[in-house]
Ligand binder design. Structure first.
Ligand SMILES: [Zn+2]
Length: 225
């Protein structure tokens, strides 16, 4: 008997209606702070704004993706990511020696990073040591072997658009690369999100969020609109 119900002036809080959970084929925006075991801040979304990614498309490291699964907008969580679910264990096999002459006219310095074609494909290499005429290159990700402590806050969760699913990355905030959304796939070498110093014409900042997978800028990156 609906007529018997009293009519009240309840205001509906629409934020409570938006309870879509993070799952495969949702586009998720998170704010995060990443710390190491000692509590040092390694990276944070901070001024860059929330990181948006397509859940289930390997846009971000597996341990973080697992940690966000099932959350709703507004949720906060501490996510502990061991190396094997982050950037892998540190491997001595990724160290190699090259002669100083390999750098030609450039002056190598410890800590410099650059892209190079290796037998594992295009990698970011770091100059680890320079001794005499020999340079030690390190192909490990700078976060390899580290346990990662993420403090995250889910900012939004929405269903992905068909084109986003097809491309494997989100398309908001300025196209493919705007929101840190450079997607899946192999590093493209000169792709849209090069981390190389002085790269020009790229549509992305040179800053690559640490939560994203290395080489996360796919060859399908900026070709779409
Ligand atoms: Zn795209």
């Amino acid at each position: 008997m609906p007529d018997a119900l009293p009519r009240t002036g309840i205001a509906v809080d629409s934020t409570l209606l938006n309870t879509m959970r993070v799952a495969k084929e949702t586009v998720v925006a998170i704010e995060y702070t990443l710390k190491d075991d000692q509590g040092n801040i390694i990276d944070a979304s901070g001024e860059r704004g929330p990181m948006e990614y397509l859940h289930g498309a390997q846009n971000i490291i597996p341990g973080l993706e697992q940690g966000v699964e099932g959350l709703v907008a507004g949720d906060t969580k501490n996510v502990l990511v061991p190396p094997q679910l982050g950037y892998g264990e540190y491997s001595e096999k990724l160290l190699q020696l090259v002669p100083l002459t390999a750098f030609g006219a450039n002056t190598p310095q410890v800590g410099m990073r650059f892209h190079a074609e290796t037998n594992l494909g295009m990698r970011v290499l770091t100059i680890k040591k320079i001794e005499g005429e020999e340079v030690t290159l390190d192909g490990n990700h700078e976060l390899a072997g580290k346990t990662l402590h993420f403090d995250i806050k889910v900012v939004s969760v929405r269903a992905a658009e068909p084109t986003e699913l097809a491309h494997g990355h989100p398309h908001q905030s300025g196209g493919c690369c705007g929101g840190g959304g450079c997607g899946s796939g192999e590093a493209s070498g000169g792709g849209c999100c090069s981390t190389e110093e002085g790269s020009e014409g790229g549509c992305c900042s040179t800053e690559e969020p640490a939560a994203q997978k290395q080489g996360g800028c796919g060859s399908g990156g900026c070709g779409c609109s």
